[in-house]
Design a protein around this ligand. Structure first.
Ligand SMILES: [Zn+2]
Length: 374
């Protein structure tokens, strides 16, 4: 009896413990089931087929590719919301891959591919343009530098690193532009040196499209002495009257100069400033546009600014720059075109070429050399 009682007592404790455990397990299931159900396809009533899993993997791979490669694109400001879209998809993916996320990834892929091929086309076009440039008068080491840049570009382009490739292309373009100008200045100096040594009496005036061109390459014979051109003077007088009506007072302080006047002037400058410096602002005899009778040095009311660099800041200079073409004149040595004309900017030096030509120069910094295809 005692034995049985003991046995019976132990059983009761065991039963209680197991009941408690069962209860705890059941409560746990009750608590966690709702949270887990969405992760359990069978319970959620949704079965993932092999195709589903494969397609999900493809979307994830695609998305990861875009996320990792977006930094290699160069984006227009209208494209820059691509980053926001990536972030949005990333956040949504944390909650699982749904059909709406798949649509977002598809849209993102299309946009990415579109920008990517746009980048590619633009770069190809720019690279071809650079490749077609003639690199006359470049130094050997400059050509090597250029070919190194091109190689660097090609590697980046093939790796689809479009923004870095674009960067190299911009640097290369700038490098070529700068050295092209320097090469052109060297060429002008060389030709000038040669031509100014020849006998001026055998020189012939050079006309292109009916326009007499005088620069460091094309000079005039010492016997060429037409005096001031009456048509140019008449045009200047009309311009002067119209300017005055707007409160702008113009003075033509130097127009025609003979070969010998120019010779004296140039030699005086050389005496004061030395030849290299003089050659940037004053022509050697036979190479001055003033000998044509078609060049007018124009100033305003302040005489101290005549033929001075600071003349360019005056109202008169601004008016002339904007209006001279209406009267057949052009600004002969524009700012930033020293490499083309061989002369520093002269905001006071105007050349008469007739309205039929000068209209093509309206509000631009086109040079006569460029206009005539030199
Ligand atoms: Zn002048």
């Amino acid at each position: 009896m005692r034995k049985n009682q003991n046995k019976k007592g132990k059983k009761t404790i065991k039963e209680r413990v197991s009941l408690l455990i069962t209860l705890i397990v059941f409560i746990n299931i009750l608590i966690f089931l709702p949270f887990n159900i969405k992760n359990m396809p069978l319970l959620a009533g949704y079965v993932l087929t092999k195709e589903d899993i494969k397609s999900n993997e493809e979307f994830i791979t695609e998305f990861n590719y875009i996320r990792d490669n977006i930094k290699y694109l160069y984006l227009a400001s209208s494209d820059s919301d691509l980053y926001d879209e990536v972030e949005k998809i990333e956040n949504l993916l944390n909650e699982g891959i749904t059909s709406s996320v798949k649509i977002l990834i598809s849209d993102l892929t299309n946009k990415f591919n579109e920008i990517s091929s746009r980048n590619q086309l633009e770069l190809e076009k720019q690279f071809n343009e650079i490749n077609d440039e003639k690199l006359e008068g470049f130094f050997e080491e400059e050509l090597i530098t250029i070919s190194n840049y091109k190689g660097e570009f090609e590697t980046l382009y093939n790796d689809k690193k479009y923004n870095e490739a674009k960067n190299i292309l911009d640097i290369l373009k700038q490098y070529i532009d700068e050295n092209k100008k320097l090469a052109n200045i060297r060429k002008i100096d060389e030709v000038y040196e040669e031509n100014s040594l020849e006998d001026p009496s055998i020189r012939e005036p050079k006309y292109i499209n009916g326009i007499l061109i005088v620069n460091k390459e094309y000079g005039l014979p010492d016997t060429y002495a037409p005096g001031e051109d009456p048509e140019a003077r008449e045009a200047f007088e009309r311009m002067k009257i119209d300017a005055a009506a707007e409160g702008i007072y113009l003075n033509a302080f130097s127009t025609y100069r003979s070969y010998y006047t120019q010779e004296r002037l140039y030699n005086n400058y050389v005496y004061t400033y030395g030849q290299p410096s003089t050659d940037t602002f004053s022509a050697r005899a036979g190479f001055s546009e003033h000998q044509t009778g078609l060049a007018f040095d124009i100033g305003g009311v302040d005489r101290s600014l005549w033929a001075q660099e600071n003349f360019k800041y005056t109202e008169e200079a601004k008016w002339l720059k904007e209006n001279c073409y209406k009267y057949g004149f052009i600004l002969r040595y524009p700012e930033g075109k020293e490499w083309k004309t061989g002369y520093m900017h002269e905001s006071w030096h105007f050349r008469y070429i007739g309205v039929e030509h000068s209209v093509n120069f309206a509000n631009s910094d086109l040079t006569l050399e460029e206009y005539l295809g030199l």
